[in-house]
Design a binder for this molecule. Sequence first.
Ligand code: AMP
Ligand code: GLY
Length: 425
Amino acid sequence: MGKKVLVIGQGGREHALVWKLSQSPEIEKIYAAPGNPGMEPLAECVAIEATDIEGLAEFVRRSDISLTVVGPEAPLVKGIVDRFRQAGMLIFGPTAAAARLEGSKVFSKNLFKKYGIPTARYEVFEDIAAAQACARNIIETGQAAVIKADGLAAGKGVVIAQNQAEADDAIQSIMLDKSFGDAGNQIVIEEFLVGEELSFFAISDGENFVTLMSAQDHKRVFDNDKGPNTGGMGAYTNPPLYSEQLHQQIIARIIKPTIEAMQKEGCPYQGVLYAGLMITAEGPKVLEYNARFGDPETQVLMPMIKSDLLPVLEGSAAGNLHGCKVDIDKGACVGVVLASGGYPGAYAKGKAITGLDRLQADTIVFHAGTVLKDGQLLTDGGRVLAVVSRGQSFADAIHKVYQEVDKLNFEGMHYRRDIGRRALN
Ligand code: AMP
Ligand code: GLY
């Protein structure tokens, strides 16, 4: 009998995880909760919300599932791993204490300072006037002040303030108006780092780790990084700036010390460690950690992993990655997100998606915001689909992906035309 696995979540990231796991020879059946229509051919979707920890635990027990894989951060921070472990169920992801690496900027920044892990200089505030004074001091030197809510804020808790009015607004909104609730009880104010951003992924069992790849996300909605931030409009793997020397620096200065620090703090980190890095003139520095896979980075990482992912996730969850290896493809992989008209602002749903039947066999489409109604695929979210192509080179993969994107359509569809272009320069 093969194994049964549950993937928690409903976005493009979780579709990519389901897609990759479906290639494991050891797996007989995949469930997704709540899943999305794109996963249907590969997984049985069950209508349980990602944060319904008791509902999920009950389902896992009843369905004889041997491994649960958590996609989004909310159930991690809520303690799903602790709950499952207490019940003796194998689950991939960090405990609530370890997920503080993402869930609390104050925790993570203090950890970096204590263990000498390179990051932007910062101060923590609970008092509005003191926070405003700190921002003023930074801005008076001609620098931008980076203002961050302590807790989770759905990717909106960071403001880069260029002047005092912007800083005051941000501090007031987070601390006084509580725009992110208790996430704003404390704030971090830090220096603005200049450099190129890079996402780096490793999987740890609490002590040992394997490295996956690096990727670059495109957070702004429009070409040339214009317009407001989004959840991510596209990504590509291993950008040219990612050299062997940089890889070694990231491991030695950031990943290894973080895993050791978490062990010393009594909350060993098991799961995927997603480091948001700034590659500065002084080398890599951590902007933030996430306790989960990136979205849309996962959509370009998974197609590049040649080995079976299941033993790595099981090894991490069981605290035994010993002997696990991850083989990575040599080529390039580029993913373009197709978004609803208006996203990241207000947008309409229920638009018919056409052209999927015209794509080449080796093109991968990951669903994020889609719904199936009377046999027709409709848009159902801001980020709708990610189209992913692999190639021998970046030029190859970029050319292919945009040829495929041109075949797809829905009313209001928009996407960036420059995904991966930086890799060509
Ligand atoms: P975070 O959620 O901490 O990753 O911040 C979101 C985004 O804000 C990052 O992806 C960066 O683009 C930017 N950012 C955060 N901190 C800094 C910083 N200290 N210097 C420059 N940009 C930053
Ligand atoms: N790609 C950004 C994120 O997953 O947070």
